[in-house]
Design a protein around this ligand. Structure first.
Ligand code: NAD
Length: 245
């Protein structure tokens, strides 16, 4: 029996990078992956790849900043599959502006997609996760939710820090409700979010001498989502090649 047999999970930002690797590995271990993203074509391509490998997946167009969108995706999971067991709040955006030049609009946009989305997702999924019997939430923060993030924008660092403490707050609130909530804090990982950032600079600041692969973060996300982590809640799992050590 595979770890996620019979379990249904929503993975936000599941069409790209870390989310895509998480959805793919979740489905490979028996789970039904609902890929929630704005990028419809990439989400559909991910579903095709999963199904070609014998897994089960669906694409769902979700803007993680929309409360109505969240109500819709939870209703979709329950009507299509009758349950929701795993929520991976992974969608996020970054920017690299210094505080002096960051507009309020940019700040609020980064916070909405990266932080408020976690609140909306947890709130919308709460009852379904409690009914699951093995409900698990994994919130993808960043190593810059732990340390200040030299060269990273204040909006991103503030949002990722809030994801860390929101995780702990919800974990305590649901500790006796059968739902575990943990955060994962990646270091530099080779995905489109890095944009034009000089990869050599990132390698040079990462103690292990390379940046991470999406699958290396997915493995930790799925550990936290699985019954292997049944006694773990409110924890922060740092996966950064030694950056914050
Ligand atoms: P990515 O750009 O490959 O994936 C992000 C996904 O989120 C994209 O598919 C995008 O369409 C989706 N998305 C963006 N806004 C959305 C919205 N409003 N609604 C729904 N989906 C939306 O980047 P990634 O590296 O895979 O990022 C995944 C998570 O990991 C993010 O939260 C990111 O902050 C975090 N992270 C990444 C790194 C890194 O170096 N790659 C490091 C630390 C943390």
């Amino acid at each position: 029996m595979a770890r996620f047999d019979g379990r249904v999970g929503i993975i936000t930002g599941g069409a790209s990078g870390i989310g895509r690797a998480t959805a793919t590995c979740f489905a490979a271990e028996g789970g039904t992956a609902i890929i929630a993203d704005l990028q419809d074509a990439k989400a559909a391509e991910t579903v095709q790849e999963i199904e070609a490998a014998g897994g089960t997946a669906r694409a769902y167009h979700l803007d993680v900043t929309s409360e109505a969108g969240w109500a819709g995706i939870v209703a979709f999971a329950l009507s299509e599959f009758g349950r929701l067991d795993v929520l991976v709040n992974n969608a996020g955006i970054g920017d690299s502006e210094a505080i002096e030049v960051t507009s309020l609009e940019t700040y609020q946009k980064v916070v909405a997609v990266t932080q408020t989305s976690v609140f909306l997702g947890e709130k919308a999924a709460a009852e379904a996760l409690k009914a699951s019997g093995h409900g698990a939430v994994v919130n993808v923060s960043s190593m810059f939710g732990i340390v200040g993030g030299f060269g990273t924008s204040p909006a991103y660092a503030a949002a990722k820090g809030a994801v860390r403490t929101l995780t702990k707050n919800t974990a305590l609130g649901w500790a006796t409700e059968g739902v575990r909530v943990n955060s994962v804090h990646p270091g530099f990982v080779d995905t489109p979010i890095l944009g034009e950032t000089d990869r050599e600079l990132l390698v040079a600041t990462t103690p292990v001498g390379r940046i991470g692969r999406p699958e290396e973060i997915a493995a930790v996300i799925l550990f936290a989502a699985s019954d292997d982590a049944s006694f773990m809640t409110g924890s922060e799992l740092v996966v950064d090649g030694g950056y914050t050590a």
